[in-house]
Design a protein around this ligand. Structure first.
Ligand code: CP
Ligand code: NVA
Length: 307
């Protein structure tokens, strides 16, 4: 049966840990020039209705590194721009290609595509979630810390798509997630409730970033206005000003805590230049791991199919 990745909740804890181990193994194999071409003869379509640097390029690179062929599409160069239903597009593309990676606005778009396509569909970011990002981030934390046991992550800022995927990850793996968000900018309530109900998961929704980072192993932030929210940028700037990751906030965190950011970053807004460029913030190692995690995902879904 085909598997989709629309949300981290589509994966069991065992599968998430398996993907992390696989991604670390494939990272080492790539460095040695020993990767197997497990996507040889496979075509992966990438439908991107929003801009992207990392997700697009890391997916295309992952597909090429594994011997497959990426095919990039936007709204303008497909009939999406003329409102062809995704249900129809799904049933056409699955006769041509082997998997679809989609970045779009509504989560219901990737659900519709996956529901109608007989091939795997991977969510490459929606307004609601960004599972590929958080899977790669878990790999980075595992690499840097050696384990995901007794982990506390502090999310500082907007309760956005990436924050929602952190809730899914915390619920599945059973770690502690402190979220400091301005009132009115909390993550999805259903996800908060679901994660809080999971065994071993500890969710704290706070308004004070100092309280959130105290005792945390990882501090995480993202832009204050996500793609599609550009018109709200000025009012968001006011609400989010106290939620900047800066050296003063870092003094409230344990000395071993690292700072992660999914990128692109707005220096001087959600993170200062000083923290961004510091040794506490292995943000480019984090970005690199998008490639390795997506190689693991593709190999699992349409390549060797082993985890
Ligand atoms: N982090 C991330 O998804 O970056 P892009 O928007 O550049 O893909
Ligand atoms: N929350 C951001 C993430 C970008 C990778 C956005 O949706 O724009």
């Amino acid at each position: 049966m085909k598997r989709d990745l629309l949300s981290i909740r589509d994966l069991s804890a065992q599968e998430i840990l398996g993907l992390i181990a696989k991604a670390e193994k494939m990272k080492a194999e790539l460095a040695l020039g020993a990767l197997s071409k497990s996507l040889a003869g496979k075509i992966v379509g990438l439908i991107f209705l929003k801009p992207s640097t990392r997700t697009r390029v890391s997916f295309e690179a992952a597909i090429c590194r594994l011997g497959g062929q990426p095919m990039f599409m936007t709204a303008q160069d497909t009939q999406i721009s003329r409102k062809e239903p995704l249900a129809d597009m799904a049933r056409v593309l699955d006769r041509y290609i082997d998997a679809i990676v989609m970045r779009t606005f509504a989560q219901s778009d990737v659900e519709e595509l996956a529901g109608f396509a007989s091939i795997p569909v991977i969510n490459a970011l929606t307004d609601y979630s960004h599972p590929c990002q958080v899977l790669a981030d878990l790999m980075t934390i595992h690499e840097k810390r050696g384990s995901l046991e007794n982990l506390t992550v502090a999310w500082v800022g907007d309760g956005n798509n990436v924050a929602n995927s952190w809730l899914n990850a915390a619920g599945r793996l059973g770690f502690s997630l402190n979220l400091a968000c301005p009132p009115g900018y909390e993550p999805d309530q259903e996800l908060l409730d679901w994660a809080a109900r999971q065994a071993k998961t500890k969710i704290r929704l706070l308004t004070d970033p100092r309280e959130a980072v105290s005792g945390a192993d990882v501090l995480y932030t993202d832009v204050w206005a996500s793609m599609g929210q550009e018109r709200e940028a000025t009012e968001r700037m006011e609400a989010f000003r106290p939620y900047q990751i800066n050296s003063q906030l870092l003094t409230c965190a344990p000395p071993h805590a690292i700072v992660l950011h999914c990128l692109p970053a707005h220096r001087g807004e959600e993170i200062t230049e000083e923290v961004f460029e510091s040794r506490r913030a292995p943000i480019f190692d984090q970005a690199e791991n998008r490639l390795h995690m997506q190689m693991a995902l593709l190999d699992w879904m349409i390549g060797s199919r082993r985890l």
